[in-house]
Design a protein around this ligand. Structure first.
Ligand code: UDH
Length: 238
């Protein structure tokens, strides 16, 4: 691995350049598990990739959607990635045939996840792990930035895709199968109080809430041995 968590296979030319983006705060054990688990898998899949951990370093309520938008934006400042894998830190792939690459359509990868009994918790579920090319992510203005706290930002993005006629695809549950790390609720990520109200305006908000309205401060960018750590702060009142 090159510093910053970059890997290029030496015995072939990878067809896509991947940015793996992890929204993060205070989950060190899960992050170590993630690196330990995924790096060998991604190498076996002969992928060219860089792992970005986007840490919310303030005391504000956690905002997963905003952190993923930051990851997309900051990764593109470093390289011209073909594919963005937006990935929770506590969900670990169980089948090597689940190749991490983008196809013609956005992809929902977390299909059969242990914590939901290896089935979708509801039919339109679109959480935890998704894959996008740049064009599609920009077409829907990324994730909403306004969901502070747990829940809603993934469903909101599902509505964005549907509104743009860009329906996502899924792999079979045998292939897209994941183990879950058990954890308690994070103290700074309570259920988002406004999430159901916000969902009602998802289609309309897509035009002005997302990549084009993203405001954050970068505190530091560190090239760690196995990942690039980008620490940011957000001001909810802006
Ligand atoms: N995350 C952090 N730190 C936090 C909160 C979230 O790193 O404090 C990241 C991490 O990548 C995590 C992801 O955001 O994998 C999603 O958060 P989560 O793991 O809390 O979400 P999950 O869907 O929540 O696993 C399970 C609790 C379900 C509660 C249902 C309430 N109605």
């Amino acid at each position: 691995m090159a510093p910053g968590g970059h890997f290029t296979p030496t015995d072939c030319k990878a067809t896509q350049k991947l940015a793996i983006i992890i929204p993060y705060r205070d989950r060190q054990k899960h992050l170590l598990n993630f690196l330990n688990h995924f790096i060998p898998v991604l190498k076996r899949q002969k992928l060219e990739f860089t792992i970005y951990v986007i840490e919310q370093g303030d005391n504000e309520t956690f905002n997963r959607g905003l952190l993923l938008n930051v990851g997309f934006t900051e990764a593109l400042k470093q390289d011209s990635y073909d594919c963005f894998i937006l990935h929770d830190v506590d969900t670990y792939l169980l089948n090597d045939k689940n190749i991490y690459r983008c196809g013609d359509k956005p992809l929902h990868l977390a299909v059969a996840v242990e914590k939901y009994g290896f089935r979708l918790p509801y039919t339109t579920y679109y959480g935890a792990i998704t894959a996008f090319n740049r064009k599609h992510y920009e077409m829907i203005n990324g994730f909403p930035n306004v969901y502070f706290g747990w829940g809603g930002e993934d469903d909101d993005q599902g509505i964005r895709l549907h509104t743009k006629g860009l329906n996502f695809v899924r792999r079979s549950p045998q292939i897209a199968r994941y183990a879950s790390a058990k954890h308690n609720r994070d103290p700074t990520n309570p259920d988002g109080k406004d999430r159901f109200g916000l969902l009602r305006s998802a289609a309309k908000r897509m035009a002005y809430d997302g990549l084009n309205s993203l405001i954050y401060n970068v505190t530091s960018i560190e090239l760690k041995k196995l990942y690039t750590l980008i620490t940011i702060t957000v001001d909810r009142n802006l």
